[in-house]
Design a protein around this ligand. Sequence first.
Ligand SMILES: [Zn+2]
Length: 289
Amino acid sequence: MSSRRTALALTAAIALLAPIALAENAPTSTPGSTVGGSAPDAPVSPPLAARPASQTSTSTPTETPAGPTVTITLADGATLRCKEQAAQPFLIRGNWFKGDPALGRKMLEDAIKYRTKEYGYFEGFGNPAWNKHPPRFYAKGMSFMGLGVQINEKVIPALKCVEAALKAAHVDTAYHPTSAGGIRFSNTYRGFEVSNHVYGIALDIEPSKNSCCGCVAPWPDHPLCKNKKLTVYERMAMPKSWVEVFERYGFYWLGHDVLQDTMHFEFLGDPAQVTEPATAGGAQTASAP
Ligand SMILES: [Zn+2]
């Protein structure tokens, strides 16, 4: 099994204290390739050297005040209230590379086990005894802001909550992405990491316009990345307000990471804590007429 190799590789990498920023997203535009892991893998290149200081510090998710109450309606007519939650720290890749290496290794191992149990077993990572199905088994198509995406069915309610909140706050009016990508069936990280795209819990919004300055070439040479005066929020077409809404519902924005992957959100919340019955007292809401 590769789990031992993975553990050893991770130990080595953490010992070097050099986060290996690999290609999480293909740097090319993939308009229209919204379904089924057709996004091209990024070209293989050596791990990036340490980024300049301005790019190595990760930002933290914005502390945003609680938003307005939003609800979603399921196919059966039931209405559910969206619960706000933060990303779970042990699932955030940036936390695996700072502080105690042993703790970082433990977090990554826990993260692989958690994702396998919740979202499917991806070959080469973790143990198939934790989940007999691959992530593909849980993949479903959905519409997000008018774009077709295929993601893990457990994340659909969370994305629906984000969409409802974007619309409730009218932050959807100024930005209209033309492409999005969800699940992939190959790992775009190399080495010991596995992309959240393979679990169907990551979503890329308009890869052609939202930069990833820490990814492989040609992104670092992109004008948005060359201009060191820009903040990470200024290196994308997507408004910051979108990031704030996603973060309310358990999504982590990889713009905070050394990768500065501004197109990329991943659901790192608890899928069991996304919604609650809309009526007080815990009773299920009656179906819509
Ligand atoms: Zn991505």
